[in-house]
Design a protein around this ligand. Sequence first.
Ligand SMILES: Nc1ncnc2c1ncn2[C@@H]1O[C@H](COP(=O)(O)OP(=O)(O)OP(=O)(O)O)[C@@H](O)[C@H]1O
Ligand SMILES: [Mg+2]
Length: 457
Amino acid sequence: MRKQKILVIDDENLICWSFKKKLSGKVYSIISADTGEEGLRLFEQHSPDIVFLDNKLPGIQGLEIVQKIKAQNEETIIVFMTAFGTIETAVKAMKLGAFEYINKPFSFEEIEVILNNINKKIQLDNEVQILRRQQKSELTFDHIVGQSPSLKRILHMAKKIAASEATTILLLGASGTGKDLMARVIHNESSRSSKPFVTINCASLPETLLESELFGHEKGAFTDAKQQKKGLFEIADGGTVFLDEIGDIHISLQVKLLGIIENKTVRRLGGTADLQVDVRIIAATNKDLQKAIIEKTFREDLFYRLKVFQITIPSLKERQQDISLLIAHFIDSFNIQFRKSIKGISAEAEKHLIKYTWPGNIRELKNVIERAMILETGEYINIESLPIEIRNEQIPVSNNDCLSNFQIPEKGFSLLEVEKSLIKQALQKTNYNQTKAAKLLGISRDSVRYKQKKYNL
Ligand SMILES: Nc1ncnc2c1ncn2[C@@H]1O[C@H](COP(=O)(O)OP(=O)(O)OP(=O)(O)O)[C@@H](O)[C@H]1O
Ligand SMILES: [Mg+2]
């Protein structure tokens, strides 16, 4: 984790010096200013977490500085130091948003007590945030439903990557295949899970807005920048940033993104300080990035940096065997959501769902089940509750159905005649293409050739 930055604003050099001497180290880094003006300048430049602020200063006074700092960044913690200790001024400072005040002269034991309290508050704030987040998302790898070999393979890899130190992950896959779900699960199952998971859709914002969302901005960086604002990379410090639809991010931002990945620092718009951030970036897209590189809309260097750990989620069509499991999973979850007690799906309806091509992948399947559960009045989802395009899907009759429907007539029949007739039909159907006919019948081409000769077809 990054060090906490403390800014000391005091015209007594000895005070600034003592802070540096006593506190600089692994936990804190100290910067100082001996006037209010200089203090505000450093504040804008370095965005400290904590400010120790003297009341009596040569130029601009302590109370005014409290206001200015709070106007720029509400979250900054200010400790107000007052030498000529009128309690009224301290109270005013607290009303303006200071966290604590301390009377001069003070000992560093007192400062340490205050810093401990500050850290307790920060920890509590974080815990509240974490609890809120946990309520929203308890997703784990067990929530990614599927048993197909292709899904198992990527889950195996995703588990390894989640537990690793990898700071960039690229998720590829068609729309609705579960990239969003995978990104959340990877975060939740990583050592970063207690830190924020921040997500942004790169296609949803115009370039300039996206830039200030990602990197933050200083007050006055552009016309509408009335307040200083932290960027998502700063907010996510210690956690994960999910950049959805990375294929749509403007080329100029791609350069900046690469900079963050390589240097692990971020600079706010209009700012001069490089702030250290420790984030894992998960980028997702359903676009063909290699094509985008050729078309010069995606940077090759960024692509290779992102793709070190790449997970490609297969489309639903490629893992038909997961469909039944997913149907059961969605029925269970919609039963809870809609307070219904649908028991399952009819064999006929399920067959249609398995046969369908699912251009919208799992999202489409989920929507179809949701719709069916709303429409269904019986105990099982029936074909009538499915959308027309799925109902119209032609289901080939399988061998087993043929056989189960076939009844041997009472007076018997000639198996050879039936065989001859079936071979003839297969050959006619395929324009006498022996290979195709063999496929239709599930026998070898040699057998077809032999039987064609035998029955003189
Ligand atoms: N394997 C899975 N098991 C259970 N639910 C899944 C699975 N994969 C996806 N889902 C669900 O399907 C829906 C669509 O998934 P998701 O939003 O993650 O897809 P996506 O790849 O991000 O799509 P897009 O490219 O359109 O953003 C979500 O409700 C998600 O929870
Ligand atoms: Mg998505």
